[in-house]
Design a protein around this ligand. Structure first.
Ligand code: F6P
Length: 321
């Protein structure tokens, strides 16, 4: 193998740039030419390949977002479009592809692989919801951003004796809510993976109030339902009489300089992906299990969603009584 390409796809995540850097630098170290594909799978169709030198990935390890840019590209599901992408790769003399993204991106990567084009994935999404890895790039930074924001909200909540509902990201997964809620000492955490009862939240709020606690934070994952934060805020205010405000953290959780842990994971996973491609591996995603880098076939990683660790959920409940 002499020429490989790398692309980022789906939603961006802090640490994607560090992963691009690792792929490019490890590739060059291994004697490869490395190309960046701009705008994800759409860039493949357009043949949007850029030669990546050592210097092209300088000064990006600390930057959020992705220098290669991402496009949500629904069309990649059709065979005709997949074949166009293959033709572009072959014409450019590229022999292997590394895809950095979530499970949606790996569906595209799996298609290319099944058409005979060697492809390796690196899990990158703030949601931490990919099967086959305990960690996805960007999660740590997003959780830290959410915790910092909730700490600030708690300051003002306590000054005004208010209840705050903080809605955090996670399309289908409650992991950001779970970690941010636990680490910011939320009074309740609501995630799609665990049933919740409004009455239970209210009982917990009142219990805290009775023992002199005049402010509370409830963290809810957006994946519980559209507009869930606002809806809950109204119900809780009505039923408790406590002044309740809603803050939706939104996309600020996706930006910012990656944490040291994200940079470390990105660097290790990026280099591993190159090594695997060079060794002739394909159709797999790099992952982390029990502190070790492992790999999983795309077919497995796209089958279902990673389930959060419900032990953390129950622990958080028992610590916020
Ligand atoms: O998958 C990452 C994520 O940030 C989810 O948490 C969120 O639901 C979604 O992407 C938002 O996507 P978009 O930026 O396209 O609105």
């Amino acid at each position: 193998m002499k020429k490989i390409a790398v692309l980022t796809s789906g939603s961006d995540a802090p640490g994607m740039n560090a992963a691009i850097r690792a792929v490019v630098r490890r590739g060059i170290f291994k004697g490869l030419d490395v190309y960046g594909v701009q705008h994800g799978f759409k860039g493949l169709i357009d043949g949007n390949f850029v030669f990546m030198s050592l210097g092209s990935v300088g000064d990006i390890i600390q930057r959020g977002g992705t220098i290669l840019q991402n496009t949500h590209f629904e069309n990649f599901k059709t065979e005709e479009v997949q074949k166009q992408a293959l033709a572009q790769l072959v014409e450019a003399g590229i022999e292997g592809l590394i895809v950095i993204g979530g499970d949606g991106s790996f569906k595209g990567a799996e298609k290319l692989n099944s058409h005979g084009f060697p492809t390796v994935g690196i899990p990158g999404t703030i949601d931490n919801d990919v099967v086959g890895t305990e960690y996805t790039i960007g999660f740590d930074t997003a959780v830290n951003t959410a915790v910092e924001a909730i700490d600030k909200i708690r300051d003002t909540a306590s000054s005004h004796d208010r209840t705050y509902i903080v809605e955090v990201m996670g399309r289908d997964s409650g992991d950001i809510a779970l970690w941010a809620g636990m680490c910011a000492g939320a009074e309740s955490i609501i995630i799609p993976e665990a049933k919740y009862e409004v009455e239970d939240i209210i009982t917990r709020l009142k219990h805290g109030h009775d023992r002199g606690k005049k402010h509370s934070i409830i963290v809810v994952a957006e994946g519980v339902g559209k507009g869930i934060g606002t809806e809950l805020g109204k119900i809780i205010q009505e039923k408790t009489g406590f002044e309740t405000k809603v803050t939706i953290l939104g996309h600020l959780q996706r930006g910012g300089s990656p944490s040291a842990y994200d940079r470390m994971m990105s660097s290790q996973m990026g280099a591993k992906a190159v090594d695997l491609l060079v060794e002739g591996e394909k159709g797999i995603m790099v992952g982390l299990k029990n502190g070790e880098l492992i790999h999983t076939p795309f077919e497995e990683s796209i089958k279902e969603k990673q389930i959060v660790d419900l032990n953390i959920y129950h622990l958080a409940r028992s610590l916020s009584i």
